[in-house]
Ligand binder design. Structure first.
Ligand SMILES: NC(=O)c1ccc[n+]([C@@H]2O[C@H](COP(=O)([O-])OP(=O)(O)OC[C@H]3O[C@@H](n4cnc5c(N)ncnc54)[C@H](OP(=O)(O)O)[C@@H]3O)[C@@H](O)[C@H]2O)c1
Length: 261
């Protein structure tokens, strides 16, 4: 069996440098796939861990939540995307879904194509529940798969939550970005965790910029979620970066921005 040299011997960083993966637009057999410019923004400890619940009161005047929100808001980007675990922090607790009347197929459902701000999450099999189509005023859009049930899709429609079907078993991220770009005319997107979601995007060469707000804390835990958790780790470093800016914030907090090379 022939093994692809690209898969075996190169990291995502090397593949990008050799031009084997395009960054801004991706060309597929169907033509040009659209991709928004993606900034991955997180607050981390100096050892790259991302679970603020473990940090206690951090040095300085701001909480980790305020640091995250204030720095994120300074980008002026209205759309953010998260993994399923992080998404659950914003959704309703689970409840029993009513029986479905009628047919709910596998076509995409865009409840508010003119929504100006978006809260986007991956949910492959329908494990998040919604009573509203908004998170803090941002319209909820789920990236789902054909594994979701008709009852679940009917639930999303009833709650006016938009959804895009992006694969049979798993969400194809490139397809998802193309669909999001077209459905909502998305040009820029903030990728906001958690570590596995960030890792998937980085591993597929989809991250354009990284924004890291570092609090003066050492987590120290082995196996604690970190900035980029790539499930099938690349043989070499996942990315090389060029520093774009640095800002010192009160309380010994440091904010770095990098371009992914
Ligand atoms: N410090 C910060 O700035 C910050 C920001 C955001 C989040 N967080 C924290 O991060 C923690 C969660 O991080 P996490 O890494 O465990 O979870 P996560 O990235 O939020 O979610 C990962 C899960 O998403 C699902 N998934 C589906 N398709 C995926 C894909 N293509 N790539 C990656 N995941 C996919 C998988 O769940 P299934 O297997 O169930 O499908 C996967 O286990 C939370 O505690 C949150 O509070 C911190």
């Amino acid at each position: 069996m022939k093994t692809s040299l690209v898969t075996r011997a190169s990291s995502p960083c090397e593949r990008r440098q050799r031009g084997l993966e395009a960054r801004v637009t991706i060309t597929s057999k169907k033509g040009k796939e659209l991709k928004p410019y993606i900034i991955c923004h997180m607050v981390t400890t100096i050892d790259g861990k991302i679970l603020p619940d473990r940090w206690g009161k951090i040095p300085g005047p701001k909480s980790s939540g305020s640091l995250f929100e204030d720095t994120a808001a300074s980008f002026g980007i209205g759309a953010w995307i998260v993994g399923t675990k992080t998404l659950k922090e914003f959704s309703h607790r689970p409840f029993k879904l009513p029986a479905t009347k009628g047919t709910v197929g596998l076509e995409d459902f865009v409840a508010r194509p003119d929504a100006k701000t978006l809260a986007i999450g991956v949910d492959v099999d329908g494990s998040t529940f919604w009573k509203s189509d908004e998170v803090d005023g941002d319209h909820v859009v789920l990236l789902i798969t054909e594994r979701t049930t008709r009852a679940y899709r009917a639930h999303l429609r009833a709650a006016s939550v938009s959804y895009l079907v992006c694969g049979k078993q798993e969400v194809d991220l490139k397809r998802a970005l193309d669909k999001l770009s077209r459905a909502f005319r998305l040009k820029k997107l903030m990728l906001q965790g958690g570590g596995k979601m960030n890792g998937s995007f980085l591993n597929e060469g989809l991250v354009d910029e990284i924004s890291q707000v570092i609090v003066p804390v050492v987590d120290g835990g082995i196996g604690i979620s970190s900035f980029f958790d790539i499930v099938d780790p690349p043989p070499k470093a996942a990315a090389h970066l060029r520093q774009m800016s640095y800002k010192k914030l009160p309380g010994g907090v440091n904010w770095f921005r990098y371009r992914v090379l």
